[in-house]
Design a protein around this ligand. Structure first.
Ligand code: UD1
Ligand code: PEP
Length: 433
């Protein structure tokens, strides 16, 4: 079993390069299924296990996919005949594969996708996705663990989302690109990754208007074609390094981070006493000698991102006084705190909120990641802890962070990755040591 080994106590200093966004590339890879004329060529593609998983999903649908990892370039050719079924073995490993449903329905009038389960952060239903497909004229059947959607021809309509779901917005937007007439989707998600997807769809010949606002209008077209696109930078990876810099009293330039995409995080970092400098090359964070307590509530964009919640609780625990974190997007996203208790964290969960008693002196311990951002939070806690921290369950971290510990090491962290046997003895340096 691989573990990260961290000796805490080093300030992070230097520059770090950010990758393309996981949450942008996954739906954009699915969008490539819509192109019947020529390939979609993506650049700035992050090398992540989720991207390999989506590559497998697309191949299982009979698209041709080539990933040039040296150049971070992915070529997807879906111009041939496609299969309409995304099997359980893929969807169970990566929930985000549900976003192939909209493109398949638009292109083939038929999609059969394994029902995604919940995960450590919540139950994560897909009712809003299905409500949108039905409104566009699809009939939906759910049986034997699969969701099947069929439509002779999708027809544009007005759709109101009860909640601005990221995945539902993407799925419905993609389905609507080839519907007959106009689709208006209200109360949509406004994340930068939605805008990136809309930009690609428009380059492919779609007519999507209003991405980034509360209402998206899609004028249907009869066919889409291939295009080139560079994936937007990952605001959550950038934010994770920002928090790590602030936690370690560091001074780090996060290269190519887009301040505009991280406004709620940056405003909280300033409130806690960090210095934020928006430079030409990226965003520089200088951590304060002492962090101030502050209360935070996660919300859909442009609110504070739930994907930064776990990392941010480390800063709140380090602050001198008590802070409150309120999680409104997912119902069960405080799992990392149970692990942090082993490292000396003290807190009280009250419904959607957690009261974090500050002035924590983190002690190194062995801790297990429960999801991707929990992994990042535990690593940051390890960076400021006394002594040695071991972080396990690294498969979660690999879903969304490329070379995470190597990047931290280049900033001065004492961190490595090694393989251990069942008895806990170190066997060898991990491949990605
Ligand atoms: C691959 C990707 O881009 N993942 C992101 C995406 O996930 P994802 O697209 O799954 O997140 P959603 O915005 O859809 O989910 C937000 C909330 O809405 C609920 N919901 C969603 C759909 C639905 O049909 N019914 C329903 O009740 C979910 O259970 C959750 O409580 O947005 C989340 C919220 O910013 C992020 O944390 C994830 O990193
Ligand atoms: C929750 C996340 O991703 P996913 O929706 O792919 O599980 C995340 O990126 O933090």
């Amino acid at each position: 079993m691989e573990k990260l080994i961290i000796q805490g106590g080093q300030r992070l200093v230097g520059e770090v390069q950010i990758e393309g966004a996981k949450n942008a590339v996954l739906p954009i890879m699915a969008a490539a299924l819509l192109a019947t004329d020529g390939p979609v060529q993506l650049t700035n593609v992050p090398i992540l296990s989720d991207v390999f998983m989506m590559q497998d999903v697309l191949k299982s649908l009979d698209a041709k996919v080539e990933f040039d990892e040296q150049r971070n370039q992915l070529t997807i050719d879906a111009s041939g005949d496609l299969n309409f079924e995304a099997a359980f073995e893929y969807v169970s490993k990566m929930r985000a594969s549900i976003v192939v449903m909209g493109p398949l329905l638009a292109r083939l009038g038929h999609a059969r996708v394994a029902m995604p389960g919940g995960c450590a952060i919540g139950s994560r239903p897909v009712d809003l996705h299905l409500k949108g497909f039905e409104a566009l004229g699809a009939t939906i059947h759910q049986n034997h663990g699969y969701i099947e959607a069929k439509a002779e021809r999708l027809v544009g309509t007005n759709i109101y989302l009860d909640f601005p779901s990221v995945g539902a917005t993407q799925n419905i937007m993609m389905a609507a690109t080839m519907a007959e007439g106009t689709t208006v989707i209200e109360n949509v998600a406004r994340e930068p990754e939605i805008v990136d997807l809309a930009n690609v769809l428009n380059k492919m010949g779609a007519n999507v208007f209003g991405a980034g606002t509360e209402t998206i209008r899609v004028e249907g077209v009869t066919a889409l074609h291939g295009t080139d696109h560079s994936i937007v930078q990952d605001r959550i990876e950038a934010g994770t390094f920002m928090v790590a810099a602030a936690a370690t009293q560091g001074n780090v330039l996060i290269k190519e981070a887009i301040a505009e995409h991280n406004k709620p995080l940056l405003s909280k970092l300033v409130e806690m006493g960090a210095e934020v400098i928006d430079e030409e090359a990226g965003v520089r964070i200088i951590g304060p000698a002492e962090l101030k307590a502050c209360n935070i509530k996660t919300l859909p964009y442009p609110g504070f991102p739930t994907d930064m919640q776990a990392q941010m609780t480390i800063l709140q625990l380090l602050a001198k006084k008590t802070s409150v974190m309120t999680e409104t997007v997912f119902e069960n996203r405080f799992m990392h705190l149970e692990e942090l208790r082993r490292m000396n964290a003290d807190y009280q969960i009250e419904g959607q909120s957690v009261v974090l008693y500050g002035d924590t002196h983190f002690n190194g311990a062995e801790v297990a990641a429960t999801d991707l951002r929990a992994a990042a939070a535990l690593v940051i806690a390890g960076l400021v802890a006394n002594g040695e921290t071991l972080v396990t369950n690294l498969q979660y971290m690999d879903r969304g962070y490329y070379h995470f510990h190597q990047k931290l090491r280049a900033l001065g962290a004492h961190i490595s990755r090694a393989d251990f046997d069942a008895a806990g003895h170190r066997i060898k340096q991990a491949k990605r040591a």
